[in-house]
Each structure stands twice: as structure tokens, then as C-alpha cells.
Design a binder for this molecule. Structure first.
Ligand SMILES: *[C@@H]1O[C@H](CO)[C@@H](O)[C@H](O)[C@H]1NC(C)=O
Length: 455
């Protein structure tokens, strides 16, 4: 019995010998009446035992129903079947505005790829979450990673789960490993290059769907998607988003920039409202085309959540959106249970999280963004930024070199100012010698400073 389900007895992992307790289950007719008689007798005994079990359940509602029922029904089969019946009332896993008071469980999904460098920061965030940790089940997907992500992840999780403070311990933790053949390099330029977007997004969508379908359990009310490279976010973000009681909700995502780049910048352009221009554009595109936002190739003129931010705006203000970005999504589990997912194909000319938003909207779910509630993505310099930084470094070196040359120039000038005098003396001597002796010999003996013209 998992610790978080005191009244049920599901372990969430169906065994091979699952047993159907539905009263409408199909009963094959047996060939002989004697057999049928024995069947009906057995059935009556069975019903009686179930009645006793139900009665017992009323008397000791907190006791394990499994043990009560299995005592009668499965005595012949033995204890091996104890865990094979699961009962869930999905009515208890709807998701409400104050989930933390109602013990609503969140499945916290984190896709990872070569994320070793970001894990310490991510876990620092995780430890600071104010939502009760025992109500959060962690699910990690490690895919196409060449670095030490998997080992570091396992180590850190073991540390947290063994923390002296029991409030730090999370619920269930799952690490799923699966490669999707994501070939695009993980560096910023490759990841954000236009050409790579469609196939990259489709593979990301698959990864999300795999992670979710492998880890979503009937007792989850919410699913939270979070990227590892978030640098700054309120520790209360789960409660903050949950209070809005929406089917899908995302914060605004910006990133800090070096001062010379303006200090800050909208980051996640995948949260947007649909526009007429974009719909018209979508109509002209091939069936399999995927529109990606934030690229000049697709001028959609959509209102982006990111650009609507007012640093002093009310963080509770909501904006209806159609596409959602994947950095931080809180969704009710029912969206996924109803069939909502991250399309790994072109759905209304979108894929992954943007397609997810469109799909959920189409299914009648509420999809909302908070323009003035902002979290900050890590700043990773793009190739352009790095080039610009190199240029700036070159300029700085250039300036230093110029300074140095000025000093040297002055020194050299002084030396050169002295030099001609020495030379002149020598020349004078030489000329005298020239006058008196062999002129070739005299000219050779006079040392000439090389390159005295200045460089
Ligand atoms: C988590 O909280 C600690 C203590 O308040 C703080 O030092 C740390 O920076 C926080 N982590 C993050 C990622 O904000």
C-alpha cells in the first residue's frame, strides 16, 4: 500500500493476474448442468463473502480492503494476488483551486537532455517548493544524453529522499530513460535555429508523451511540466498557478541579459493568442507543416504573452491563449485523461506544447497565461552573443594595445630623437674617414638603426 493512499490499496503497477471485480463481467456458460450448479453455489458463496467484506469495510473503513476480500476469494490462489486489485475514484482526482489543502497530488514532469550542468540549480528550486513535497511525485525523462545527467540525477534524488528533514521527501520518484534520436546539438544556436525546429519539436512531443504515459497514475490531480534551466521563480509557483483553477495555465517567461544587451528580454514566445494572419498563413501551408513562433520565416502577428508583460502589472491578471510554451505548465490531469497530449505531428499546423494548447482549446478546456507573473529562464549566450562578446573583447584588447603603443611610441620617439644625433656624430666621423681613407670601408662601419622610420 503506497503511503499516500491510506484508503485505497493500489500500488499502481498492474500484475499479470489482474482480476476484474465488475459485476457485469462476462461469464462463459459451462457445458454441464452439474458444473453450472457448482458454479452458482460458488457464486453465492463468493457474493456472501463480498458482502462480509463490504460489511467489514464499513466497520473498519481504514483497514485494507484487499486483505479482507482476498481472505475469502483468493485463499486458494494465495497471497501473490493481494496487490492485483486496484480501485480508484477519479472523482477524487479532479484538481481544485486549493489542492494543497485537499491533499491533491501533482505529477511533476521534467524532460532532461544533457542537463548535468543545470541539475544543481534545478534541485535548489525543487527543495524550495512550498507545495507539500509528499504530494509531489517526480518523473524524469533522460533521453539522448551524453553527459553525466543520469548518475547525477540519481545521486541527488537519493540525497533528497534521505534528507534529515522529512518535509523534504517527495512522493514517488520515477526516472525514465529513453532515447528519441534527437540529433540536434544541445547548444543554443542549434536548438533555436529555424531549420531544426519542426523535427526537434516533434521529438520533444514524443518524449513528453512517453514520460507522461509512463508515470501518470489515477491518483494524480495535476501535472506540472518544468524545464531544468529556470533560474528564478517564486517558490510558491504551484499554489500561485493552481489558485486560478484553470485546466492549463502558464506564467510569463523572460530571461535576464547582460547589461550591454539591455538587461532583460522575453524568452518563451510559444505562449500566444491566435491571430487572423496566422490562421490565413496556416491555410497556405502544407498539411504536415509546423509553424514555430518567434522566427521571421513565419510572421504570424500573434499577441505573445511575453510581450504583454508589465513589470508592475497585477500578477493575477489572466489572458486567454491558444499556444502554450513548455518551460512551466500546470495542467489538470483530466486534460490528459481526456486524451489531450503533445502532438508529435502537425495538429492545426502546430506541434508539441503549442499543439497541446491548441488541442486542449479545441477540446473545450481553459488555457490561460499570466502576462505579469514572470519566471526567469537562464541566460545562455547565443552564437551571435558570443560573437558580439568576442568583438567587444577584441575592441577592449585593441584599446589596450593602442594605449600601450602610444606609450611605446613616445618612448621610441625619444630614442629616435637621440638616435640621429648619435648617427650624425658617427656620420661626421665617417665622412671625415671617407675624406681620408677608403670610402666603402667607412660606410660599412657606420651602424644604422633598423626601421628607425617608426612602426
Ligand atoms: C532556495 O532557498 C535558499 C534559502 O533561502 C536560497 O539560498 C536558494 O538560493 C534558493 N534556491 C533558488 C534556486 O532560488
Amino acid at each position: 500500500m503506497p503511503p499516500h493512499q491510506p484508503t485505497a490499496y493500489a500500488n499502481g503497477y498492474p500484475r499479470t493476474n489482474t482480476f476484474d471485480i465488475s459485476p457485469h463481467s462476462f461469464q462463459p456458460r459451462s457445458s454441464t448442468t452439474a458444473l453450472r450448479h457448482r458454479r452458482s453455489l460458488l457464486n453465492r458463496i463468493l457474493l456472501g463473502l463480498i458482502g462480509v467484506a463490504a460489511f467489514a469495510y464499513f466497520i473498519w473503513p481504514r483497514a485494507s480492503v484487499a486483505s479482507v476480500i482476498s481472505l475469502g476469494v483468493f485463499s486458494a490462489a494465495g497471497d501473490a494476488q493481494l496487490d492485483s486489485i486496484s480501485y480508484y475514484d477519479l472523482g477524487n482526482a479532479q484538481g481544485t483551486a486549493r489542492g494543497w489543502e485537499r491533499e491533491e497530488r501533482i505529477l511533476f514532469c521534467v524532460p532532461l537532455r544533457d542537463a548535468q550542468a543545470h541539475l544543481p540549480m534545478f534541485f535548489s528550486h525543487l527543495r524550495n517548493f512550498t507545495y507539500p513535497h509528499h504530494l509531489i511525485d517526480l518523473a524524469f525523462l533522460v533521453s539522448d544524453s551524453k553527459d553525466n545527467t543520469l548518475n547525477l540525477l540519481a545521486e541527488t534524488l537519493e540525497e533528497i529522499q534521505a534528507d534529515d528533514d522529512p518535509k523534504q521527501h517527495f512522493g514517488e520518484v520515477s526516472i525514465i530513460e529513453k532515447d528519441f534520436g534527437q540529433k540536434v546539438n544541445q547548444d543554443v544556436e542549434s536548438r533555436h535555429g529555424f531549420a531544426a525546429q519542426a523535427s526537434r519539436r516533434k521529438l520533444m512531443a514524443q518524449a513528453r508523451n512517453w514520460l507522461l504515459s509512463a508515470t501518470l497514475r489515477p491518483y494524480h490531480s495535476w501535472v506540472y511540466w518544468r524545464d531544468v534551466d529556470v533560474e528564478t521563480a517564486p517558490f510558491t509557483i504551484l499554489e500561485d498557478l493552481m489558485r486560478h483553477n484553470k485546466d492549463i495555465i502558464v506564467p510569463n517567461v523572460w530571461r535576464p541579459l547582460p547589461d550591454w544587451l539591455g538587461g532583460e528580454q522575453p524568452y518563451d514566445l510559444n505562449s500566444w493568442q491566435e491571430s487572423e494572419t496566422a490562421l490565413a498563413l496556416a491555410d497556405t501551408l502544407d498539411e504536415d507543416a509546423v509553424i514555430v513562433e518567434g522566427y521571421a520565416e513565419y510572421a504570424t502577428w500573434r499577441p505573445h504573452l511575453a510581450y504583454l508583460r508589465d513589470p508592475f502589472g497585477d500578477p493575477d491578471i489572466e489572458m486567454e491563449i491558444d499556444g502554450v510554451g513548455g518551460v512551466s505548465i500546470l495542467a489538470k490531469a483530466r486534460v490528459f485523461r481526456a486524451g489531450g497530449h503533445f502532438p508529435a505531428f502537425s495538429f492545426e499546423k502546430h506541434a508539441e506544447t503549442e499543439g497541446f494548447g491548441k488541442m486542449a482549446k479545441r477540446m473545450g478546456f481553459s488555457v490561460v497565461g499570466l502576462p505579469h507573473y514572470t519566471i526567469w529562464h537562464l541566460y545562455e549566450p547565443s552564437v551571435d552573443d558570443i560573437r558580439r562578446m568576442e568583438e567587444m573583447e577584441q575592441e577592449r584588447l585593441g584599446r589596450e594595445k593602442a594605449e600601450q603603443m602610444k606609450v611605446e611610441w613616445a618612448k621610441k620617439l625619444k630614442e629616435e630623437f637621440g638616435d640621429p644625433n648619435i648617427q650624425w656624430e658617427q656620420d661626421k666621423t665617417g665622412m671625415q674617414q671617407l675624406a681620408n681613407q677608403d670610402k666603402h670601408k667607412a660606410a660599412d662601419s657606420a651602424p644604422r638603426p633598423a626601421g628607425a622610420g617608426g612602426q
